[in-house]
Write a new protein. Structure first.
Lengths: 229, 229, 229, 229, 229, 229
């Protein structure tokens, strides 16, 4: 059986984040799957809100064009930066990590809440959920007000803010699972899961396993409508 | 790396269908994945409409109870027979083939249409789509008026009915992908795909790769809400 | 004018609950209407969540089959156990008590909230509301965390929990009416109504009057689509 | 048991229509129920579109005020003229015939289509369906282009137009039941039902049985929100 | 360039409110635009809830009929009294102030909350939002429990109630803009805007500029469907 | 009264289209309004589908940054290229021509259909409608299969394709107004309007009058949520 070769593209230019995402991805990849982390050199350091998404889109698309030989592409930013455009330039599967997390959460809970970084990122995530239809399964998108690049630090203040939102999600939103709304949160998944006794979903690892599934299945992006080349 | 052991449960009692589904599933399974086809002895011969779903639910649930050691369960009937109830009796991932097909189709098309068997099955499928939220991505659920057990025969009349609906889906519904709405259609996927030049999604193989993804990811069914044991 | 003969089927096996439901039903039935309480012998003692619904469905359907001479059937469990399947095996009207309560509440309030038993029952009720379309009129489904069989006891603790949720429904949800989300709550309707000065709707009595209406009207279940036999 | 005294108010000023509606209502009323047909003297001769609705509203409301002793009120125009306002001036149940037909149709079919008179009436009916939530169960609202007052004539041309729309509803909309979208169609119900072998719902008779149900149940309009006096 | 002649119709009979609305409208009108305030003599003094809307509709429509020479009509009551009916009797643009405010707020915020007067007005506003589709952009409609005619007084108690709701809208609803849900609030816009640092939208001035836009554009009301004369 | 200075930005690089849009805009602008047409030098020649939108976004945003002194910005491409991102870099009103056309059409029709260029543009337009909420008022988005740059030619073949879709919109969709789904269609508005006797809405002129309205009103983009700078 042929290897599966996945390009995991972090659309921002923070290479430490790319490395962590790729490492996390490798922990779940099946035998014979290769996960290669990539990021553009010229792109915002973090992606928070609509303007950053716009600025990071073309650099990310260039990386897809430059790696057409890969079997699948993952866009490793929770707002699924440029996902629709990416599907226009390849017929290989392209998976956003936000999208991956929402689909996975839908398989194991009746409803989930998302905990993301800043309030400014919330409307874009809500728009995505609505476009996918998975707003029906999402109880609420919550901002922790922890900036992306502070997540790596994991200080007690940062953790306290995340805990507060997760507790509110369980109590107020009746969430049955939590989706971590930022690629930078991948390291926190296990700890939060065992602390709260409910599934905590990270998009990066969800996307890697979903991309493998799509390749194994033989899935190709449709070329007769919105994703025509 | 540990093997993945998947129970593929056909909720109807037609063993030839179970065998074909399991064979199809094996063609997409990754290295180290075992797919075991199972079906209840006492259950309707085919599942068409709400009453058959009700009659097949408890026998299917008994098979899950009797196979708790498996890593994941697939419910291989397109109406996702008893899916919510199944999630109450195990914390392993449980994937319906209708659900799997809808999620996969959402990853590679802006909208898809479903071609199923009889008109009587349409409202149940529409209800499922609405519950998953994926009605937003589904242009239309179409009945071919081919009964489940006639699909195996694949006569020219059967194929003509399927072709007519697929063509209408592309033209009238502006569908960008086709979901085959019956486990019995798994053998037709490739032929239809190459005939029409757009992705044709089969639920059985979609579910096998999705179940592998869920296991590899470490996904557990939430136990704090609707799926509490 | 011919008598109207209604089978009121409690899908669980707790006969004291069946008796209370039938008695409540009789208090609202018109002249010449006979209400007969029935329940399966082998069925869960109470129905809380998706698994219990699955377990209670076939026994309930057997009772409909065994009573085909009745003029209408009521399914006296708030999650409308097996309602769609029931409509496939008779052309007589079949009314669920959840459904009946939602329709009645829609006639006299702009929005209503539902107070049910356990959190695990909420997603199924929400799914039903969505399927009927009446989620548009439902502000929220609230779990009181009182188990079905404790409702009969009516202890001060039980009442306090119900009061708390009703008060929250009026204040937070802006509910204009309350739907009692369990057949076991039928005895509480009047007291709560006078305590809070707003309509409190019970499904059992709602269903009896609605079933009479359907019979008087001459309503038959459609047999050309989802409910074809 | 006390008699039930229902005021059936035709909001237009065509007394022949009032008489026919009241007669139809009496055929389904239970023992001890009195149905009194009323209409304003100064009101449009027929109600077709938003302006007629506006013109007919206050005269209809005056009739409710002048008949406060009745047990329930029916607004016998398919666009449910002034229904929300009517609920502000009485705590007795007020039922619109459009509303009644939609609720009844929801009880016996997965989806229904409405056949009404002129295209100009369609948006108002669609707005009502959306407000009630029952657009989820309505496949389509179809205009037959037969004006209200021509319905009484029942010429072959009139019948041909109705037949064409019903056939389209069954084939194209996959409707499982037909709702007749005008009080003037009440006499056609039986003939159409037997011609097409599916339930054909008339609002007038539906509303009478629903009003009886509401009274028997003891239903009162909520006075703490949108219907406060 | 021809002058633009706008009739600003306050559907209630409180002339001081009409005068204030017209004055507010003039402050935003472009060069060459004339805004004439009008109100019916016989109409409710304020419009709070569905019954008042019904009572004010025909008097308002009479004013439109009596002023057919105007270039555009504004209905200066936040519940958009009789808006659909008004569009049936003229092909000039007719703009409701609720509608105008919702459209404007949609242009500069991802989501907004509405602060209106009494709880009884909330369901009608919610119905309008749903009919326009702009409920998708509205986080919540909040009642301040300040009656319309108390707004003019602007006492500290009145202001405190408004402040409380605006603060809740920003914190709880994540509103990015506030819509003032009553024509009587027009004088408060600037003060609230500078106090809270977010856009505060008033419907009267929004409608005047929108009516100018519609006239300048040459917009005519469609006459082939719901607004046919 | 101060002049209003509007930047009309065509995000593609076809200057003849920019010139035509600006000229069309000037025909509806009020006294004292200046409309300046701008386009990026390096951008796709036309924008058809998601990839072109991505490629045109940053060049368009650069033009906004370089023209911060303007009073309002119009994005003159029917897919509202980069609209959300644009609102993050200015607090002046930013109006998309698709958005403007949808809002205008909502003011004068119960439902409208959109006629756009290629099928590949349809999903993006549908996504925008859903995000604005105005999908509720849009009956259907139709592709004429006329490429953007062929529209200028206006050959009989081009016109025949547009006519066919407009006729289908009126008959099949029950559309009451037509929205022209491409900036290049601005010259066709009047002819189509008089041919079909219903409002035909062009986005460019709609946006100019809406931008004037926003400026006259004093509208500022909110800076506390999704559009924070």
């Amino acid at each position: 059986m042929k290897n599966i070769d996945i390009a995991l593209i972090n659309p921002n230019s923070t290479t430490s984040m790319t490395r962590k995402c790729a490492e996390a991805g490798k922990t779940v990849a099946g035998p014979g799957t290769v996960v290669t982390g990539l990021n553009p050199a010229a792109s915002p350091a973090s992606i928070q809100g609509y303007y950053d998404v716009a600025a990071a889109t073309m650099p990310m698309l260039e990386l897809i064009k430059a790696n057409q030989g890969k079997d699948a592409f993952i866009i490793a930013c929770f707002d699924d930066t440029g996902l629709d455009a990416a599907r226009c330039i390849t017929d290989k599967p392209v998976i956003g990590i936000g999208e991956a997390a929402f689909h996975m959460a839908s398989l194991i809970s009746c409803k989930f809440s998302v905990i993301t970084t800043l309030r400014r990122s919330v409307p874009g995530i809500e728009n995505n959920l609505r476009s996918y239809g998975l707003d029906r399964r999402c109880a609420r998108v919550r901002a922790s007000e922890v900036p992306v690049l502070d997540l790596e630090k994991g200080t007690p203040e940062v953790m306290a803010k995340l805990h507060r939102e997760i507790e509110a999600a369980i109590e107020e939103d009746q969430a049955e699972a939590i989706v971590l709304g930022c690629a930078g949160m991948v390291a926190l998944m296990e700890e939060l899961q065992s602390r709260y006794g409910l599934p905590v979903i990270d998009g990066v690892t969800a996307a890697v396993t979903l991309a493998e599934a799509a390749v194994r299945y033989g899935l190709k992006t449709s070329k007769i409508g919105g994703y025509a080349g």
